[in-house]
Design a binder for this molecule. Structure first.
Ligand SMILES: [Zn+2]
Length: 255
């Protein structure tokens, strides 16, 4: 049996089992492709082979960036697959990110928010103060033993900066978008700032708006708002059908 035949069988086997996040990767020519998305997997240095690129914890799967092919319009670099832990993979629900670095910033922000209590231990205590504190009782003993360790762990996750992104031996080229984003006479620090503002100002459904915007591109920012204003606050099922409805109406407009 040839190598290619073995790879093909592995591929079929993975599909049969309907693996959402298959770790096996197949080599096609010079690229390593992730089965899940078909996007090239970023290169992983040997020292980081078991790590999540976002937080440095053990990786559980590979995620596609962007999540949906329809979101490629906004992207300033080619789509890719990234090794990720389960927690970082599920923190961000919305779309409309211009680069993997903007996405990483959003992941870190959510991570810090989620573990705010643990992270605040480092602001309120030093390791020595904690050990010497007069906290007594079994609950406090447990806290004294594990609190500093948990703080250091979460702090290291927030501070972890991944490793440089290379795909097929080439560094990932990202267009610089740090010049602000103008909309309706206001210049926002970045696209994300403008998105947050209009979601609040126009009572938009965040997940629908970012998905539609990622499909249309930022040149059609105002149009994406107009479309989504018709559908404030949706349930998961209605959001999906509304999105498909919008996609369909856009296709009709283009014909
Ligand atoms: Zn992670």
């Amino acid at each position: 049996m040839t190598i290619n035949a073995i790879k093909y069988l592995l591929f079929k086997y993975a599909i049969c089992l309907n693996y959402q996040f298959v770790i096996i990767t197949l080599t096609y020519g010079d690229f390593i492709l992730s089965i899940e998305s078909g996007y090239p997997l970023m290169e992983i240095p040997f020292a980081h082979r078991y790590q999540c690129w976002f937080c440095g914890e053990p990786k559980d799967r590979e995620i596609s960036f962007p999540k949906e092919k329809s979101s490629n319009t906004l992207l300033t670099h080619p789509p890719l697959s990234i090794p990720c832990c389960n927690e970082c993979a599920t923190l961000i629900k919305r779309c409309a990110f211009e680069s993997i670095f903007v996405y990483r910033y959003a992941v870190k922000k959510e991570l810090a928010k989620k573990h705010q209590k643990t992270l605040s231990i480092g602001s309120r205590w030093t390791e020595v103060e904690l050990q010497e504190s007069q906290l007594e009782g079994s609950a406090f003993e447990g806290f004294k033993r594990s609190a500093w360790f948990m703080f250091k762990l979460q702090q290291a996750r927030i501070n972890f900066m991944g490793w440089p992104i290379y795909i097929d031996g080439k560094s990932l080229e990202v267009e610089d978008t740090q010049y602000g984003f103008a909309f309706d006479g206001t210049i926002y620090a970045d696209l994300d700032g403008a998105i947050n503002h209009v979601i609040d100002a126009f009572y938009l459904d965040e997940l629908l708006f970012t998905r539609v915007l990622a499909l249309l591109g930022k040149d059609k920012f105002a149009y994406a708002i107009r479309l989504c204003r018709l559908y404030p606050k949706l349930s998961t099922t209605t959001r999906e059908s509304v999105f498909l409805e919008i996609v369909e109406s856009l296709a009709i407009e283009e014909t």
